[in-house]
Design a binder for this molecule. Sequence first.
Ligand code: 4AD
Ligand code: MG
Length: 472
Amino acid sequence: MSRAEKESMSYTDISEIVLHGDKYAGTKVKVAGWVRTARDSKTMAFIALNDGTSLKHLQLVMDKSVLDADALSPCLKSGASVEAEGVVVPAAREGSGYELNVEEIALIGDCPSDYPLQKKRHTLEFLRTIPHLRVRTNIFNAMLRVRIKVSYALHRFFQERGYTYVHTPIITGSDCEGAGEIFRVTTNGYEDARVAKDEAEYIARDFFRRKAGLTVSGQLEGEVAAMAMGKIYTFGPTFRAENSNTPRHAAEFWQIEPEVAFAKLPDIIKVAESMIKSVINAVLEECPDEVDFFEKVCEPGLRAKLEGVVASDFAVLDYTDAIELLKKAGEKFAYPVEWGLDLQTEHERYLTEKVLGKPVFVTNYPKKIKSFYMKQNPDGRTVAATDLLVPGVGEIIGCSEREADYDKLLQAMTERGMNLDDYKGYMELRKYGSVPHSGFGLGLERILMYVTGIGNIRDVQLYSRTAGDLMA
Ligand code: 4AD
Ligand code: MG
């Protein structure tokens, strides 16, 4: 922070005082925040104040014989916003850090008694009904801080390794995953549908004069950039109209997608593994309070799990071997296990939690269940693809080497009945200086679930976005 910036700010961040209290002890500061809890006794009053800069609250200590009672009393309400000035002192209770001996306090914004976040702990389900207020709870405070540290650590990982960050379009005319889960983008209304004599005319009336949708992945455009820049990544929102009500699927989520020219599957697996370790290291080092907190409220053993992931090698398991293991498991799965069928979450979790007890890359899936762009293996029935599965969550990364051969790509697309006109440019990459290349997509919310132990994707976003749920 520059000197001018410092001088223009009248409030000290609470994180400064709770984390570096020794620097402030004995000095006068002014803080502003929201009252989490307030305690009132005959002679003294106490407020736990939070301004969002740290998970820890600052304890305000008020001597009622000194302070103006009319100024103080409206401040003693959960949810009220207040400003206070006083001297930083070591907390009366030893080992509790520092607190503020308040000399002046004033209400900024009143908070009536129907404020929903009164003292008691609320369920995450209840908090989902008040997305505009749930941010003011410890769990969302901690989650949002970890979320941004993870994002920053991802940027740092790729930038330090010479990747160019590219912004791929959100509105697109292609379907990367081919699963038909695209949200349509249109300016047409009810009337346009009524008067158009067929679909072609309906589309001709539309903004782009062709079918458009929200991107499910930045990969196809990312490949375009990688064919010039070599190593790129894209990081932004992606959208899937998946009508499945699971704790792991969101309609809008963030994905980080690196794409690397000249890399084959084993090369990109190495990138993925060191990226995950680097992110987890950052969380352990930069969010120690948050990790302790999540260990207490979400997942006992969280810190040991994260430290274990950083210290050990991830497993690699061929899909065909995975099917054998699952068949021999003697478990009662709800979904069938057969070579050629996709792995369901229950299978993924069995492999990573019970068989291996650590993250695992499952490789070489049957080509029929995977996307058109994946490199076909010489066996003619599998592709050079891998999913990274982790305990507690299942798949967090989808990864593959891409088909770099024009004819094989054309054949895969024709077999799937794809409209080749929509992919002209993408296919030409295989015509003009084609090279082997690989990439993957990591779901930001999925890795957040993994590092925090939060069990539902709806609780790792500011606003959750799932079928039938669009809270404003
Ligand atoms: O496995 P997916 O579908 O792969 C792709 O989209 C590739 N184009 C990525 C690439 O190679 N560049 O999705 C990648 C990851 C998943 O492993 C998962 O972490 C996350 O994106 N993901 C979702 N996260 C939340 N909600 C959903 N509905 C998700 N669908 C995928
Ligand atoms: Mg996938």
